[in-house]
Ligand binder design. Structure first.
Ligand SMILES: *Cc1c(COP(=O)(O)O)cnc(C)c1O
Length: 639
């Protein structure tokens, strides 16, 4: 490889901002492969993505696929618990920390089980926001010391299920979101003869920030106003149930980008806690909700896809902010509960896809020589191409733009022919490519010409669906880190955007992280003939995994669950493979009957065979092929 084309692991990490968004969990090795460092230590276990991919290919697991690093999930659970414990020790805070994992962030059973298992030493519990999630919590959170916090709107069945948890001796806390729920809880608890644990969700005046700012503030959908809190307490008092009130909850919305919002919320909620404590309400838990952000773009800023604080700062600000007000008022320090989900799950999974094709913008290749009686637009652009120099490229750029637009209009009016248009396009892209080469050596690039690189950018067609695997990039312009997992010792030189295989023109990604902020294109390597090129979409473990839909009937992905193993030469083993949805199952969820479809197709083929239009042997093959495809994966297949 020529030296110019080489790039060092350190430089390539910098180029893709790996260390920042990866939070220490990813690095690049000397072979130019991306590696996961589940213990965040360079000298710890190191899982080479290409070795995982090799093993998957041997096992015939098709791409795209989700890779789940269970050790990263476990490490994040430990990290949040130990960081809060350290802050508590540091400030000599008297309460304890209890984390609960909100199931909605990633409901996969394996994820929930792993979090509970890793959280066992810390009594890490669950948070549920619907009846189905509550039923999962009933079955899975068996730890009598761990909390289960129950949010969301509730009906009678919801409350009965929650009180069933109490009957089983578990700490299930029903958080009242809506004033009418008080009466419901009192009545059903009496009926079931069980003492409920009740929480209240406060509607804070502090407005959250980022994309989910609407989760808090006066117009929020959830929570009780101060007067509702006091009325609710009066109702509990009337029934002699004030001692059931255990928890004060608030939630500022997910991905809070700015630490100031968290500090202000703590201050306001701590006052509510302290005032209630002064009137003799013995609240044991102060629940700060979710919102702990993930630095998706690695900028450490208050951007919507980032956060301007660390986990340590977050924990310290909560502990010290709450302590200060409790001490000032002279009330006990409550236990602290956090419902962080995004922070725990985002890093542990990624989507690996292969590039299927490259759509080159500049790929117009048509003869450009003069033709008899050609239109003057064609003559003009040819002359522009011939006179292009380092001195006049800005002028030629402007002329070429104008000329191309005029040509399209002229074509629509039937004034120029298809062949003339093809020649103009070819000349236009030749001009753009040459200007781009001139700009590469220029000290100064005029503003208008800065778009040249973006205009030239190719589109890499990747074997996945944005709607299934990266829903938030489409729905809310969430940024996800995207980079190749291989050839990282070669300097990437192709500017491109990513398009998926759905038939939806929204199925694309053209918003990327760059060293200087954001970019509409990404640098990748030119595809090589006969070699698969794998790229990864990272930090997909929170929300993306489960919010994907079946647009175009592309189903769920194959999943590979990876564990570290010190004794293994590759430091890992694949513990479980979950097959993605087959075409048959995707069709069945939309009310099709695949068996009947296969029968109908067979019947039709039989008829053609009888009429002699298809050979019997070929007919059998066609029927088998249709049935195989029904059983098959919904994505593109490559051998
Ligand atoms: C969604 C949600 C969470 C999780 O928030 P993250 O920002 O993902 O940690 C926590 N609590 C409640 C009430 C929620 O609705």
């Amino acid at each position: 490889m020529p030296a110019k084309k080489k790039i060092s692991p350190a430089d390539v990490c910098e180029l893709y901002n790996v260390k920042r968004w990866g939070s220490g969990y990813f690095t690049v090795n000397d072979q130019g492969h991306l590696c996961a460092l589940p213990e965040k230590r360079e000298d710890g276990p190191r899982i080479d993505f290409m070795e995982v991919i090799e093993e998957m290919r041997e096992q015939k697991i098709a791409f795209p696929a989700v890779l789940r690093f269970h050790d990263i999930l476990r490490s994040q659970v430990r990290r949040i618990n130990t960081t809060f414990r350290e802050a508590i020790t540091e400030y000599d805070y008297k309460g304890c920390f209890f984390g609960v994992y909100p199931i909605k962030v990633n409901q996969m059973r394996e994820v929930v089980e792993e979090i509970l298992d890793a959280g066992q030493p810390f009594n890490h519990g669950l948070e549920a926001g619907s009846k189905s999630e509550l039923m999962a919590a009933l079955a899975y959170n068996e730890n009598p010391e761990a909390l289960t916090v129950l949010n969301g709107y509730k009906d009678e069945d919801y409350i009965r299920l929650a009180l069933m948890g109490r009957k089983l001796g578990r700490k299930f806390i029903i958080v009242v979101e809506n004033i009418s729920e008080f009466g419901l809880i009192v009545r059903i608890a009496k009926e079931m003869k069980v003492e409920p644990l009740i929480g209240i969700r406060a509607k804070l005046a502090v407005q959250g920030g980022g994309r989910w700012a609407g989760s808090s503030g006066e117009r929020a959908k959830f929570g009780l106003t101060c007067s509702e809190i006091l009325n609710g307490i009066a109702l509990l008092k009337k029934h002699g149930m004030t001692d059931c009130l255990k928890l004060l909850h608030f939630h500022m919305g997910s991905q809070v980008p700015d630490i100031r919002i968290i500090k202000e919320a703590i201050a306001e909620a701590a006052r509510i806690y302290a005032d209630l404590a002064l009137t003799g309400i013995k609240l044991e838990y102060f629940d700060v909700g979710g919102g702990l952000g993930v630095d998706y773009d690695g900028s450490r800023s208050a951007n919507n896809s980032s956060r301007n604080y660390s986990l340590q700062e977050y924990a310290q600000d909560i502990v010290s902010g709450l302590q200060q007000i409790c001490d000032e008022v002279g009330v006990p320090h409550p236990n602290i509960v956090s419902e962080s989900g995004r922070y725990i799950t985002a890093h542990h999974s990624c989507v690996i896809t292969n590039v299927v094709d490259t759509i080159h913008q500049t790929n117009s290749t048509f003869p450009t020589e003069r033709i008899p009686d050609e239109h003057f637009l064609l003559t003009n652009i040819r002359e522009a191409a011939e006179t292009l120099t380092e001195k006049n490229y800005q002028e030629i750029f402007n002329d070429a733009q104008q000329n191309k637009n005029d040509a399209i209009n002229a074509f629509k009016l039937g004034v120029i022919s298809l062949e003339e248009r093809a020649r103009i396009e070819t000349l236009y892209w030749q001009i753009i490519s040459r200007i781009s080469r001139m700009l590469a050596g220029a000290d100064f690039v005029p503003e208008e010409l800065q778009q040249v690189e973006e205009m030239k950018a190719s589109q890499f067609l990747c074997n996945f669906s944005v709607f299934q695997s990266a829903a938030d990039t489409w729905a809310i312009s969430q940024l996800l880190p995207i980079m190749p997992v291989m050839r990282l010792n070669e300097r990437p030189e192709v500017r491109c955007s990513i398009v998926d295989i759905t038939c939806d023109s929204d199925g694309k990604i053209n918003h990327f992280i760059s060293q200087s902020g954001y970019d509409q294109s990404l640098l990748l390597h030119a595809q090589k003939k006969g070699e698969e090129y794998y790229i990864g979409l990272f930090l997909t473990g929170a929300y993306q995994d489960v919010m994907g839909d079946m647009h175009n009937l592309f189903g769920r992905l194959n999943e590979v669950h990876i564990y570290c193993d010190d004794d293994d030469p590759s430091d890992f083993y694949i513990e479980e493979v979950i097959k993605g949805t087959s075409a048959k199952n995707v069709l069945a969820t939309m009310q099709y009957n695949p068996e009947m479809m296969a029968r109908d197709v067979k019947k039709e083929i039989d008829r053609q065979v009888q009429q002699g239009r298809i050979q019997p042997r070929e007919g059998v093959k066609l029927v088998d092929f249709y049935e195989d495809c029904l059983e098959g994966y919904t994505y593109l297949k490559f051998s």
